[in-house]
Write a protein that binds this ligand. Structure first.
Ligand SMILES: NC(=O)c1ccc[n+]([C@@H]2O[C@H](COP(=O)([O-])OP(=O)(O)OC[C@H]3O[C@@H](n4cnc5c(N)ncnc54)[C@H](O)[C@@H]3O)[C@@H](O)[C@H]2O)c1
Length: 255
């Protein structure tokens, strides 16, 4: 898919960080972009700045997801590219101070990071399936999930987060297989350490020390590096069913 003025794209978590960089990349190429995020202030501000449209959405709410995609169908009439960036990363150990991991907290991480990704992507696929097939391969759409290197290298305190991201990585191949006959591709990006609001709150020396642990380039990832891979996945028709690590070769230590 060549991203341009005819492309309609939706980005969950598009109000901040990796999602916001993706929104900027897409609007910069002339695409019509829907920001789907629960943060109304940042979402509306980025929409004003970029010319995207903002629609509030809590991705842990299946009914709200269905309503959001019905809204996209009504206002845009089609969808070509969907990018899942909404996510949370709270830390808690399996057992701590004589208690097991809070059940609600575990379920909440999975509800947002895994269930939210799957159901948004499913509604996106339903819309894409109605697109006319594009030459030369008959492609109808592209879905990009965001996993994490924690899917394989989960650290102390990351049981819930790593399980949710391992689930996202596990979705990719069966979704690509399910949607192959519709001409819809499904990939995921597994970022390493990226400088987004998730990490911006850390003191300078901690950020520098994290960046220095990356073999090459020895720095934190720039959200633009992530957006560049979203563009490449969208535009390279042979990329399908794969989760791509984007991490400067880092492998996380236990803590
Ligand atoms: N920053 C990193 O180093 C890094 C590394 C690996 C994976 N990731 C993943 O990349 C994705 C984006 O992370 P980021 O660093 O840009 O974080 P971020 O906090 O800057 O952005 C996340 C966005 O998701 C939105 N969001 C959270 N819960 C939501 C919900 N229930 N419904 C709708 N929107 C919701 C937030 O409002 C926010 O705008 C996440 O899935 C994260 O797990 C980030």
């Amino acid at each position: 898919m060549k991203i341009g003025g005819d492309t309609v794209a939706s980005v969950t978590g598009g109000a901040s960080g990796l999602g916001a960089a993706t929104v900027r990349m897409l609007t910069g190429l002339g695409a019509q972009v829907l920001i789907l995020d629960r943060d109304a202030d940042r979402g509306a501000a980025l929409a004003d700045e970029t010319g995207a449209r903002f629609r509030p959405l809590d991705v842990s709410d299946a009914a709200d997801i269905a309503a959001a995609f019905a809204d996209i169908a009504e206002t845009e009439g089609r969808l070509d590219l969907h990018v899942n960036c909404a996510g949370i990363a709270p830390a808690a150990k399996t057992i701590s101070r004589g208690e097991v991991h809070d059940a609600y907290a575990f379920a909440r991480v999975v509800a947002i990071n895994l269930n939210g990704s799957f159901f948004c992507a499913s509604h996106a696929a339903l819309m894409m399936a109605a697109n006319p097939p594009a030459a030369p391969d008959g492609e109808r759409g592209v879905i990009v999930h965001t996993a994490s290197i924690a899917a394989w290298d989960g650290q102390v305190g990351q049981a819930a987060y790593a399980a949710s991201k391992g689930g996202v990585a596990g979705l990719v191949l069966p979704m690509a297989r399910d949607l192959a006959d519709k001409g819809i591709r499904v990939c995921a990006i597994a970022p390493g350490l990226f400088l987004t609001p998730m990490l911006e709150g850390l003191p300078d020396e901690v950020r520098e020390s994290l960046g220095a642990q990356v073999p090459f380039p020895a720095r934190l990832g720039d959200p633009g590096d992530y957006a560049a891979l979203v563009r490449h996945i969208a535009e390279n028709p042979m990329l399908n069913g794969e989760t791509i690590r984007l991490d400067g070769a880092i492998r996380m230590a236990p803590r």
